[in-house]
Design a protein around this ligand. Structure first.
Ligand SMILES: Cc1ncc(COP(=O)(O)O)c(C=O)c1O
Length: 332
């Protein structure tokens, strides 16, 4: 049954256009010292921070699918804009460099824009034209100017949106293969949840009949119920895109805003503790914005006794590590 499901899912994914950007499969490593220190379950980390290109991260895997239409349809500009330390802007610029396209970042002039470091430094290094702006109107103006100059602009936030989740259906297959090879099953999978990694893993797990609890920890404060609904809506689109007979409701998603702290991009003390623990016990580098908060959520659940020594958790390290260098003041 599992073999049929797996082959079927692989065939559906194969029918989609795909770029080659990432070094796959990413490693699945044990964290024995941390597991012992926490006195809890067996801990593994899926190293999506090691997808290779441009210091890696989940976007490299996602863009293999989501940027493929830009190439197929003759776009000549890849654009992205978010926080000044955006991982997605870095990977957008790197992807454009690989493909020989123009990269434009329209980011926010926020607290981590100066001095230029981390993701912003790399985005610039990969050759992106960087605009740091204060408002949405300024961003729109940059796009209009590019279009008026005859460019075809592919926005990596909105274009190919559902394909980013599709990439993590593929990621789920990869994880399943690695677990099966070691005769393991995951009782829980933790990750920094934005949208696509969480959705893709959930659709993949449902399609494959994996029964792990998938726990998303958000990096922004949120209404968890609203977020569960958003995740379910995206998962249903992804299932439809892959022609899978699956139907998701909000109750199929577990997501917590409680570990995000006061705002996106502002480290929490629990997140910084997690970042230090991972570094000191396993030489595992987390980032201050996403993965440290997610790791803190997992540690909290372990300390609450939600997991026992006979269980196995996989932490999906979604990357973001270049951002660490722009947060030296907060981390030290
Ligand atoms: C390090 C890191 N983790 C997690 C996420 C969430 O990404 P997604 O919604 O694509 O799963 C992001 C995205 O911005 C990120 O940079």
């Amino acid at each position: 049954m599992t073999a049929t499901r797996t082959a079927d899912l692989r065939a559906r994914l194969k029918s989609l256009s795909r770029l080659s950007l990432a070094d796959l499969p990413t490693p699945l490593l044990e964290l024995p010292r941390l597991s012992e220190h926490l006195g809890g379950p067996r801990l593994l980390v899926k190293r999506e921070d090691q997808t290779g290109m441009a210091f890696g991260g989940n976007k490299v895997r996602e863009f293999e699918y989501s940027v493929a239409p830009a190439v197929d349809e003759g776009y000549d500009v890849l654009l992205h804009g978010a926080a000044s330390q955006s991982n997605q802007s870095r990977v957008t610029a790197a992807t454009a460099a690989r493909l020989g396209l123009k990269a434009v970042m329209v980011g926010r002039q926020d607290a981590h824009a100066e001095p230029v470091n981390g993701n912003l430094l790399l985005t610039t290094l990969f050759g992106a034209e960087v605009h740091l702006v204060q408002s949405g109107e300024e961003r729109q103006r940059v796009i209009e100017q590019l279009e008026a100059a005859g460019h075809k602009v592919y926005d990596t936030s909105s274009d190919g949106y559902y394909l980013r989740s599709v990439a993590y259906v593929d990621g789920c297959l990869e994880l399943q293969d690695q677990l099966l090879e070691r005769d393991l099953r995951a009782d829980g999978i933790y990750l920094a949840s934005g949208m696509h990694t969480h959705c893709g893993l959930s659709v993949g797990a449902a399609a494959l009949g994996m029964d792990a609890r998938i726990v998303g920890i958000s990096m922004s404060p949120q209404d968890d119920t609203v977020e569960q609904g958003r995740l379910a809506a995206t998962a249903n689109h992804v299932a439809e895109l892959l022609d899978l007979d699956l139907n998701f409701g909000p109750e199929d998603f577990e997501t917590y805003g409680a570990y995000a702290g006061q705002a996106y991009g502002v480290p929490t003390s629990a997140g910084l503790e997690a970042l230090r623990l991972a570094a000191r016990y396993e030489a595992l580098v987390l980032d201050p914005v996403y993965t440290s908060k997610a790791f803190a959520g997992m540690i909290d659940h372990i300390r609450q006794g939600q997991w026992n020594k006979d269980q196995t958790l996989v932490f999906v390290h979604t990357g973001g590590t270049p951002g660490l260098f722009a947060y030296a003041q907060e981390v030290l």
